[in-house]
Design a protein around this ligand. Structure first.
Ligand code: A3P
Length: 283
């Protein structure tokens, strides 16, 4: 009935099956991979703006507002083979949706800087639903109603948004000295110039106002959609339409959630996050 989602289980954790054929074997060796002191990690639950942040950070790091001739997927930690990881030139800007405890141990030894992005979980739900429906590899054609329950249960690749978010909160509490910069998708939308400057400060990169403005402009939703879609393989997408850049808005969930779903979500959130101090932005 199309309501199955094709994903892979690895030691009790769900990851996507693609686009790398050796994925499961490579993934198992990941904890032993060797880091470099100047490695940077962009960490986020899927659909939280990982592509956007990766692009901003990559431009900041090269200190040039110049389109990066690569896509975020090629620098995705759990999607690459070790040989490929080892041969990436420095500084490596990696991105990942896996938990802190699943990262290569060497990142932690070297205290490689982490940028952690959070997005309102209701918008994430809608974005992830569209992702699962449009990426053919998932073989998913379930209804939004069906997906809503699946998402709450965390029955998706990378597991529950709630568990993921609680885990990062715990990591930051347990490792107060670890350099982690937290960002919100909504603040990036609302005040991107300021947020880009804060990222630069965290990365100890000197920037001018002009550079920040130029990076912001190149990383706008419309420009990224136009440029980055050129690198997508249309055969991986439903109706041959790449869908990584969908709407790029805050609050689209209101067009999808019924009143009952909204109530249920809020109740679920309250229960799951009762001990959490995480503040979700809704505008
Ligand atoms: P929507 O589906 O709500 O449009 P990720 O990169 O983690 O997969 O997240 C994808 C989400 O970020 C999508 O959300 C996508 O449109 C949005 N996005 C991508 N680039 C963006 C940008 N430059 N500005 C704002 N949102 C962006």
């Amino acid at each position: 009935d199309g309501s199955k989602l094709k994903i892979l289980e690895h030691e009790g954790f769900y990851i996507p099956t693609f686009p790398y054929p050796t994925h499961a074997q490579e993934y198992a060796t990941l904890p032993t991979w060797k880091a470099r002191d100047d490695d940077l990690l962009v960490c986020a639950y899927p659909k939280s703006g990982t592509h956007w942040l990766w692009e901003v950070v990559s431009m900041l790091k090269q200190q040039k507002a110049e389109r990066i001739d690569a896509i975020k997927e090629w620098n995705m930690l759990e999607g690459m083979e070790q040989a490929n990881f080892d041969s990436l030139p420095s500084p490596r800007i990696l991105n990942t949706h896996i938990y802190f405890r699943h990262l290569p141990k060497d990142f932690k030894n070297r205290k490689c800087k982490i940028l952690y992005m959070l997005r309102n979980p209701k918008d994430v739900a809608v974005s992830f639903y569209n992702h699962h429906s449009k990426v053919l590899e998932y073989e998913y054609s379930g209804s939004w109603e069906h997906y809503f329950t699946r998402y709450l249960k965390g029955d998706v690749d990378y597991g529950s948004w709630f568990e993921y978010t609680l885990d990062w909160e715990r990591v930051m509490e347990d490792n107060p000295e670890y350099p982690i910069h937290t960002l919100h998708y909504e603040s990036m939308k609302q005040n991107s110039l300021n947020e880009i400057k804060r990222i630069a400060k965290f990365l100890e990169i000197e920037v001018t106002d002009d550079l920040v403005r130029e990076i912001d402009d190149l990383c706008s939703f419309e420009k990224m959609k136009k440029e980055k879609n050129k690198h997508e393989d249309v055969n991986e997408w439903k109706d041959k339409e790449p869908g990584m850049y969908r709407k790029g808005q805050v609050g689209d969930w209101k067009n999808w959630f019924t009143v009952a779903q909204d109530d249920l979500f809020d109740k679920f959130y309250k229960e799951k996050m009762s001990k959490s101090k995480v503040k979700i932005h809704s505008s």
